[in-house]
Structure formats: structure tokens, C-alpha cells
Design a protein around this ligand. Sequence first.
Ligand SMILES: [Zn+2]
Length: 115
Amino acid sequence: MTTKHYTCPACHEENRYKTFVTDRVELERAQGEAIRVTCKHCHESRTIHPNDVFAKPSLLPPVIVAIVVAIPLIILFRLGWIVFSVALIGAPFAVWAAQQQAATRFNGYRIRERQ
Ligand SMILES: [Zn+2]
């Protein structure tokens, strides 16, 4: 659930690249070695390599988890079950850590470029 980005070869602005793949191998299999993109800043149409796409951890899943656990957390806290509410506080942070791991894994593996 990480967000994918690339830097425009023409204007060097960062663009969002919408895909659900979890690694560059999957990206190459789905889109091929040359991915056609249109920059939303300079509107230039270019091709990029799957290695030019990089992942960033998404803030959305931890925020969703934080919202979902907020109500039971308050209820448990009011009931005096502090131990359980502390465990729930950790949930969004665990999701955030998983996001960062997924982004590191995506960015850490580069496809061998063919000559
Ligand atoms: Zn551009």
C-alpha cells in the first residue's frame, strides 16, 4: 500500500505513479521496460524505466487504523483496562513501520537493465 513516484526526466518534478504492484519485477511484468508517462507539471510525454519508479510509505493506512482503534481505545481506557488501550495505541505505529519496510523493499531491489 505504498505510494509510487517518479521524477520527470524533462522538468525533474516528482509525479505520483498509480500502481498496486509491490516490487519492480512485478512492475516490469505489468508495464514492460519502457513505461509511458505524462508529467502533470510540464505535460511532457516520456518513457521511464521501472527502476525510475520509487516507493514512499503511505500515510493513509496508519491514519485509518488510528481512526478505527480510537473508539475502542477510549472505551477500554474508561473501563480502566489501560494495558489493552496501550496495545491499541501501538497499532498505527506497527502499520506505519510495515509501510516503511514495504517502501524500503521496493526501493532496494533494482531490475537488471538489458543492453
Ligand atoms: Zn515534467
